[in-house]
Write a protein that binds this ligand. Structure first.
Ligand code: 8YV
Length: 322
């Protein structure tokens, strides 16, 4: 008997096909996000549940009854939407998809950085609305990127890939904060400087780019006090998780000129985006596009397939987080 597998959202067709061949797979063809009741039923009735960031799996979603689920194969690298403590208590393995989305997420971090510094979103809105009056020496002046300092919070795979782009592509100096010591060839090649505190990074950087996990450990890591440590001319970039930033404090800081602007791909309560951030011209806001390329989404799906296949074959699981 093939293991029963349920996919909570619509995945790339190539991956869905492999899943259907290997497992007794239930697909979500309509791509309507699962309700909490459906997620509970999935844990009760399927051997593998394959959620995404849009599925919230807090402790209370794991029903008291005996669960059929043995593995949660998350489609994504971040897994703060899953209570891994609860999964562990119930004996359920959890996997993620590291590595394959590094480059595309770093690309989105850089595109937010460039867009907010050079006011490209604002410029495009002006042109499309017909309000552009022609070239002028003082029209829509932005901030130069080349040669500035990028401050990376969380020097993991995506943090490093962003730093690499910033340094080798735009001649930027790299400073970073990471909880553990990072001293590898790649970091040395960028002359990246590890600073002892987040505050040090905030004070030195012209662009602060967040690359740490979301969830309880980092909730509101960037709060009013820390935004106040940034340069008035600096920009905040977030491609990590929305809850890492106190969005009310950020709106206050942007409205009050505490910082110059923000480029955000993630939000605390997606798909809700605070109205105050939408109204501001010095924000660039994207609908969680970090990994959204054909190649990456297929690779993410295939990684999930590899993880659950290894699990059901009794082999070591490549990307086990619990
Ligand atoms: C994914 C992401 O698209 O992998 C992550 O952690 O944030 C995104 O790139 C999303 O998680 C899909 O579940």
């Amino acid at each position: 008997m093939k293991p029963r597998v349920i996919v909570t959202r619509k995945w790339p067709a190539a991956v869905e096909q492999v899943l259907a061949e290997r497992f007794d797979t239930t697909l979500n063809a309509g791509d309507i996000p699962f309700t909490a009741t459906q997620l509970k039923a999935a844990l009760l009735n399927f051997d593998a549940v394959l959620p995404t960031v849009s599925d919230k799996l807090p402790a209370e979603i794991f029903p008291d009854e005996e669960l059929r689920a043995k593995i949660i194969g998350n489609f994504g690298v971040g897994f703060s939407h899953i209570d891994i403590g609860a999964a562990k208590r119930r004996g359920i393995a959890v996997t993620n998809t590291p590595g394959v989305l590094t480059d595309c997420t770093a690309d989105i971090a850089m595109s937010l950085l460039l867009a907010v510094a050079r006011r490209t979103g604002e410029g495009e809105r002006q042109l499309r609305s017909g309000a552009w009056k022609g070239w002028c020496p003082t029209h829509m002046i932005g901030a130069k990127v080349t040669g500035k300092t990028i401050g990376i919070i969380g020097m993991g795979r995506i943090g490093k890939a962003t730093a690499r782009r910033a340094h080798f592509g735009f001649g930027m100096k790299v400073v970073f904060f990471n909880r553990s010591r990072v001293d590898d060839e790649e970091t040395r090649a960028m002359s990246a400087v590890q600073l002892p505190s987040i505050e040090d990074v905030l004070e030195q950087a012209d662009f602060v780019s967040l690359h740490c996990p979301g969830g309880a450990e980092n909730r509101n890591l960037i709060n009013a006090e820390r935004l106040g440590r940034m340069k008035k001319s600096a920009f905040l970039i977030n491609t990590a998780r929305g809850d890492v930033v106190d969005e009310i404090a950020l709106a206050d800081a942007l409205e009050g000129g505490v910082i110059a602007g923000a480029g955000l791909d993630v939000f605390a309560q997606e798909p809700q985006v605070p109205e105050r951030l939408i109204r501001l011209e010095n924000t660039v806001l994207l609908p969680h596009l970090g990994s959204a390329t054909e190649e990456t989404r297929v690779a993410m799906g295939m990684k999930v397939v590899d993880n659950i296949s290894a699990f059901f074959a009794g082999e070591p699981i490549p990307d086990r987080v619990v």
